[in-house]
Write a protein that binds this ligand. Sequence first.
Ligand SMILES: [Zn+2]
Length: 418
Amino acid sequence: MPAGSSPADAKDSAKDGAKRKNFPLRGRTGTAAHHLKAHITDIGTEFLEKLTPREAVMFMAEASWGSTTFMPCPHCGSLDEHYFRAKELRWKCTSCGKTFSVTSGTVLADRKLPLTKILKMALSWANGASGKPALQLRRDWQVSYTTVFTLAHKLREGLLRGFNIGILAGVQEMDGADQLGRRYKEKRNKPRGGDRQKPTIPEHLRAPTVDPDTGEILGPPKPPKFDKAAKQPEDRRLMLVIRQRGLARGRGAVATRVGIALTESRTTVTTMATRYASSESHIMTDEDPSYSRFATLFAEHRTVNHSQAYSDRKGTNNNQAESFNWRMKRLVRGIYLNPSVKYLLDYAGEAAWREDTRRLSVGDRLKHLLKAVMGVGLSRWWRNYSHGHHREEELLLEGAREAGTRGKEKGWKPKPPR
Ligand SMILES: [Zn+2]
């Protein structure tokens, strides 16, 4: 024992030595350990592959209605034990007499693919941690790009209309983050780094000059706008997120709501907060002045000054919201490679769903997805997409606004087959 150290110190250092291992360098996080549990992989593609057409229909019925015998008729809405026609795999309504299948009146209505294939593709799509590119699905399932793109977007639409809804009550964190808006147009063909030319003094900062002919004093020109909005690239958008803290400590947030806006203004953050948070909520944000009205709108508003700390001693922080911002950034930059601004909200809704269902098993996650998606009725935005029916608007917190399109021009129709 070295001189000057007590037996207690020696005991502590021995304990440290036993604890200190080279690997793993960092302890596993809660979610990582969760993913390695046995029950997580309860079903897989193999399970869906083995389903007969009838079993696939029943799997879908159980997921979307919670029953294989008792369901609402999509034509008249009557809830009953409708008569099942095993040969057609359709039900006949006991009230109106019309027949319907498990996908009638849902976003998957008029499907051309067999149900098992749709289930397998949906499972594959749902299994991506931060998203699943349509091209990858196309390669995996040998379908056309339009088919898989439309299917993925129908799932997103279902999540946006069936999952990104409802008011949260409790402790919420709110934050905004810039998404999209690559400034490639400004940067293209410009020298960078060492080739940069010597900077010149901008016109508006130069001293006033005297006109030699008239003797008039010419002041510097009006400076360009310096506010944030003026410098934004056209397709930059602000994603606002509200996340509800769970009651169990260390288990992260339990519910997420998203919105897209052009700017982080008092109007947009208030619209977002009043749409998704109840007046009894306790909201935590950063110190952005746009949140200034929250103290009068909600039960409590606490702010954290990020230049001082990420969290104060009372636990004021918006780290769960910040965490989601980065997940979204990973989805936008790493998986979907800059999706169009028009559908950014759809992608944000997808990210929110992936985040909120992170602790579910594969099977439960697929059922959760189907439950949300199959409950919103017919697709408003993707029905007949391949026939030129597209959503015209970009859905913003400021209100829907007409969006430019990257695809076919307005009124485009496919050529009739020869
Ligand atoms: Zn009916």
